[in-house]
Design a protein around this ligand. Sequence first.
Ligand SMILES: NC(=O)c1ccc[n+]([C@@H]2O[C@H](COP(=O)([O-])OP(=O)(O)OC[C@H]3O[C@@H](n4cnc5c(N)ncnc54)[C@H](OP(=O)(O)O)[C@@H]3O)[C@@H](O)[C@H]2O)c1
Length: 254
Amino acid sequence: MAIAMVTGASAGLGEEFAWQLATAGHDVVLVARSRDRLSEVAHLLRSATGREAEVLPADLTTEDGREAVAARLADAAAPVSLLINNAGHGAGVGFTESTWEQERALLDIHVTAPLRLTHAALPGMIERGHGAVLNVASIAARLSNSTYAAHKRWVVEFTQALAGQLGGTGVTATVVLPGLVRTRFHDSDALSHMRHEFPDAAWLDPEGVVASALAAVRRGQTVVTPSARYAAAGTLLRAVPDRLTRGRRSMRRD
Ligand SMILES: NC(=O)c1ccc[n+]([C@@H]2O[C@H](COP(=O)([O-])OP(=O)(O)OC[C@H]3O[C@@H](n4cnc5c(N)ncnc54)[C@H](OP(=O)(O)O)[C@@H]3O)[C@@H](O)[C@H]2O)c1
């Protein structure tokens, strides 16, 4: 049975990806920093679905962490046919107030990690003539207000370029642009204000976002924005000049 790897599988969207994939009959490889939480998710998945769930603890902001995951992706003995680059977090602090360590960690988790892991996964997929990469961006990619938005815009551009280059190989690339989703993402002190700044109707459940993203992968669709509301907002934002989507202060918090 096909193996899917999910980064950021210990919580939120990543955990939901793991559940929907295992329920659909995939074995899964779960990546995140927290070994205990990953083991717990793996145990629950195995008992509920009967699928195999491998635990691969790694900090994707470190070179060692990324290389350990890249090595697993290059393992031809147990080939991964779907890579989901999902791990990520918000900054909650503007560029002029952040530390260099915070900026570097954001860049590494949102840009370096998907770039490295996709690079490791593709040769085997192309050789086997099938496979898929799903990158998790954000509707923030349509804004010009933060380094987070800039990273997510890169994820969209990268995936679109990849989809073009993969034509005729049997391998596909998809990027999903979720709007606000109820996960742990906004739990930090710096981002929790968003929970009451946006109305209930603005918040999506992980189940629907993940189902839409996986349906797009099955169709070989390159870009998907789950929910009609956010799809319409995304189309609108693409049509307006960048200067109108900037924050009041450039590079303000995400
Ligand atoms: N929630 C939203 O409103 C929203 C909207 C648009 C896009 N997104 C995107 O969706 C993706 C998933 O976010 P989420 O909402 O599910 O957030 P979440 O509930 O906070 O989950 C984030 C996941 O990423 C993992 N992670 C964080 N830092 C990591 C690191 N250095 N190395 C490895 N794993 C790491 C976390 O596990 P550990 O802490 O155990 O490492 C966790 O499993 C992110 O890329 C985010 O940008 C979220």
